[in-house]
Ligand binder design. Structure first.
Ligand SMILES: C[S@@+](CC[C@H](N)C(=O)[O-])C[C@H]1O[C@@H](n2cnc3c(N)ncnc32)[C@H](O)[C@@H]1O
Length: 301
């Protein structure tokens, strides 16, 4: 069997299923089996598959066609230019969540070169925390998750990217485990509402961890608590950058404005034009002006 024929067969098997780009996924799985870059795969278009590769590929295509996500089959996923280990204990990082990293990097960049403290709430694979730590060598990052299993994966990813000395993983509820107030809070919390659960595509509903997705009747149960806790955990002049679900913008803005009345609050759309991120920038506390009392001055008398 030639590479070209294997690809055509795989794409054919996946076509018509709930898969956005069957050709791309077939190629992705074949490259995984052959351990080849895209360029090398296409350079060997007419090469015969080595022994055992066809069987491995057929097995992966079979699992994929039943709904198992490609990232769980290969064991990794690219996020913000970095390769993360993933397995069914963690949500597969999504491209739209890269917007959180971009906004946080922009915010920290605008603050100047000094040290900064960041917290990633609900870190899962560690994608947000690690992408920020890799790009901000001056940052200390705390990453929390309620799931010990997820933190194991995050820990492996921290080591893989050499940031285990600057990313502290903490198990617990939302912001509760944080040891101090932080400059930047990022989070991609669970935000799927109960009534939307059944309508989720099979590859999400049947394979990704439910605790990473579900968030009560209106999808805002976790976000509400997170915003409440954030109030006490953000330093003045800090930023909260949080992913939200489709149609949650108005309610989340309302909540954020009520909790942070002095802050600049806004929504950012993703590439599809959907409000995807809530950003809250708290004001730098104005210290009351204390005039020195000068001897012999009007004030002193
Ligand atoms: C949507 S996933 C996001 C994972 C990762 N940050 C990403 O963007 O790929 C949400 C994560 O929040 C965690 N989580 C859910 N409820 C939590 C809670 N009450 N406290 C801390 N983490 C929680 C889940 O275990 C899951 O890892």
């Amino acid at each position: 069997m030639e590479v070209k024929e294997a690809l055509a067969w795989g794409a054919d098997q996946l076509a018509g299923l709930d898969i956005e780009d069957a050709g791309f996924e077939a190629e992705y799985l074949l490259r995984h089996v052959l351990d080849l870059s895209r360029a090398r795969l296409y350079a060997g278009w007419h090469d015969l598959l080595p022994d055992g590769a066809w069987e491995d590929y057929v097995r992966l295509i079979g699992r994929r066609s039943k709904g198992e996500p490609a990232a769980y089959l290969t064991g990794h996923k690219e996020f913000y230019g970095l390769r993360f280990l993933v397995d069914p204990k963690v949500l597969i990082p999504r491209p739209e969540s890269e917007l959180l990293v971009e906004l946080a990097l922009e915010y920290v960049g605008n603050q100047g070169p000094g040290p900064c403290t960041i917290a990633d709430i609900g870190t899962g694979s560690g994608a947000l925390a690690i992408a920020l730590a890799v790009n901000l060598p001056q940052a200390r990052v705390y990453a929390t998750d309620v799931s010990a299993d997820a933190l194991e994966v995050a820990s492996a990813n921290c080591r893989r990217h050499g940031v285990e000395d600057r990313v502290t993983l903490l198990r617990g509820d939302l912001l509760e485990p944080l040891p101090c107030a932080v400059d930047v809070l990022v989070s991609n919390p669970p935000y799927v509402k109960a009534s939307d659960w059944q309508a989720l595509p099979t590859h999400i509903r049947d394979y990704e961890p439910a605790a990473a997705l579900n968030s009560g009747p209106d999808g805002l149960a976790v976000i509400r608590r997170l915003l409440l806790q954030a109030k006490g955990a953000l330093r003045p002049g800090g930023a909260l950058i949080m992913e939200i679900g489709y149609g949650q913008g108005a309610e989340v803005m309302h909540l954020a404005r009520a909790l942070f009345p002095d802050a600049e609050v806004g929504l950012m759309p993703d590439l599809a034009g959907i409000d995807r991120v809530l950003a809250v920038y708290t004001p730098v506390e104005s210290t009351p002006l204390v005039l020195p009392v000068l001897e012999g001055s009007e004030q002193a008398r």
